[in-house]
Ligand binder design. Structure first.
Ligand SMILES: [Zn+2]
Length: 141
């Protein structure tokens, strides 16, 4: 099957399917192509619009995005590995641990764990240095 953009001399443009380009030539020769206006049989084939180049552009921008995402997720994985190697996981106790390190100056170390945005905000307001990092799964999904 082949799709042609056709244009009638009345100005109407439409699309039509043909089983082959020969079928189109045949119908055209016999003036069997018809337009909705019903007046004219003078219908011509339009040059196909540049859909292929548009598609290519879309592909290349999506692959750029893919490369960017891959690079980002690698960096985030590296960051996660770094944090895991260099700090202690305290889980849900993050807020209280961060406070005890800050106020008691005991057992000073780097920690990481869970905190809500509100808890993080509180810690920051108390002058406790907290960074929020995007936590990425180690396994590519
Ligand atoms: Zn027409």
């Amino acid at each position: 099957m082949i799709k042609y953009h056709l244009k009638c001399e009345c100005g109407v443009q439409f699309e039509s399917w043909f089983s082959s380009s020969e079928e189109y030539d045949n119908l055209e020769k016999k003036k069997l192509l018809s337009c909705q206006c019903g007046k004219s049989k003078n219908i011509s084939k339009q040059i196909m619009s540049p859909q292929i180049s548009l598609k290519k552009q879309l592909n290349s921008s999506s692959s750029k995005k893919e490369i960017f995402l891959k690079t980002m997720s690698k960096k985030l994985r590296d960051l996660r590995n770094y944090i895991e190697k260099n700090s202690e996981y305290v889980g849900d106790n993050f807020t209280s641990e961060a406070r005890s390190i800050h106020y008691d100056k005991k057992n000073v170390r780097s920690i990481y764990g869970k905190a809500t945005p509100e808890q993080t905000q509180e810690l920051l307001e108390e002058g406790i240095k907290v960074d929020t990092v995007p936590w990425i799964n180690k396994v590519d999904s």
